[in-house]
Design a protein around this ligand. Structure first.
Ligand code: FAD
Length: 308
């Protein structure tokens, strides 16, 4: 209930104007966001990789409504990839991309513009010997994201997908994307979705997550298990064992700032643990989704606002 209310409330301009005045260094923002600049994120990546973790980096921004902004975000990704390459970090660090950040929502030719920009980013990632994963946004964009993914995979077969266990359709999508070479990040899903398309009860979402995991683990692709859930992680480990998967044939993923001790513990056991690291000035939507996931974070958030 609270999660849905918060996701709804986050659309209020009044609330947004209050929150975006927080500096990125304030406690609650800094916990979830690595900083605003490319230097900030490269140095956070260096630290995580030094601690034995892998990384996927998100340049924050999802409400791109004009071409100049789409171009700016694309340029930011190209610069990021070049900086990761110069810093010899591309063996362990890739990038995550939201198609809405590179133009999909533009009224004219949005999907084509997003595809062209995503292709440029995939080319740069390929040249730097790393990969791109397409983040999944709300359900109205799922078909479009999967269509763009399929175009990109024709030239860049390593391009990763994200599937959300809360959607009724996802078990079938997992089947479609469980073939050899397919990299699929499975997450629960972070948007406010209607009953007609998504499970509403956490227990139903968890059951769907397990069904989807079974499909991915039994398939020939590379499952990326993105969850902090202490019950789902051992289930993923068990399914990997039953399907005789080696540790290098799947990975665990968690968000920057969430359960860092657990990230480290799993990496020490030999798992690839990839941390999703967001950076940039446009952190509002991302922050609200993190707060909505866990009411306990709200106290922390209220303290940051009061101490401003
Ligand atoms: P939950 O049931 O939410 O949490 C399980 C436990 O994890 C909690 O009990 C708590 O201990 C801990 N925890 C979870 N969230 C928090 C938090 N915010 N603060 C503190 N502790 C927390 N969603 C999308 O819709 N599209 C994407 O492209 C996408 N990409 C993602 C990439 C990665 C690497 C990860 C890890 C998540 C991604 N998500 C994405 C978000 C995801 O859908 C969930 O909203 C989020 O991961 C919380 O779900 P959970 O599986 O951790 O389970």
């Amino acid at each position: 209930m609270l999660r849905r209310a918060l996701l709804g409330l986050s659309r209020s301009d009044k609330i947004k104007n209050l929150v975006v005045r927080l500096p990125v260094t304030s406690g609650v923002v800094a916990r979830f966001v690595a900083g605003e600049t490319v230097e900030d994120v490269v140095s956070a990546t260096r630290r995580l990789v030094g601690a034995g973790l892998a990384v996927t980096i998100d340049h924050l921004g999802e409400d791109t409504l004009d071409r100049t902004q789409a171009e700016r975000v694309t340029a930011a990704y190209l610069e990021l990839l070049s900086r990761l390459d110069e810093s010899a970090l591309t063996r362990s660090a890739e990038v995550s991309l939201k198609l809405s950040a590179v133009g999909r929502a533009l009224s004219q030719d949005g999907e084509k513009i997003a595809l062209d920009n995503a292709r440029r980013i995939c080319q740069a990632a390929d040249a730097a010997k790393t990969t791109v994963t397409l983040d999944m946004e709300d359900h109205t964009t799922t078909d479009s994201t999967l269509a763009v993914l399929s175009e990109l995979r024709a030239d860049f077969p390593d391009t990763g997908a994200v599937l959300q266990a809360y959607l009724h359709r996802t078990e079938a999508d997992c089947r479609d994307l469980s073939g050899a070479g397919s990299r699929v990040r499975l997450c629960k899903g972070a948007y406010k979705e209607p009953e007609s398309v998504a499970f509403q009860e956490p227990a139903e979402v968890d059951k769907s997550y397990v069904r989807c995991l079974k499909v991915l683990m039994a398939g020939r692709g590379y499952p990326m298990v993105a969850t902090h859930d202490p019950r789902l992680i051992p289930i993923a480990q068990d399914l990997a064992r039953r399907n005789r998967r080696m540790l290098d044939s799947w990975e665990l993923q968690m968000l920057y700032g969430i359960r860092p001790t657990e990230q480290q513990r799993l990496a020490t056991q030999g798992h690839t643990v990839r941390v999703y690291v967001p950076y940039g000035t446009d952190w509002y939507g991302y922050l609200v989704r993190r707060l909505a996931e866990r009411p306990a974070n709200l106290t922390f958030f209220a303290r940051s606002l009061l101490s401003k």
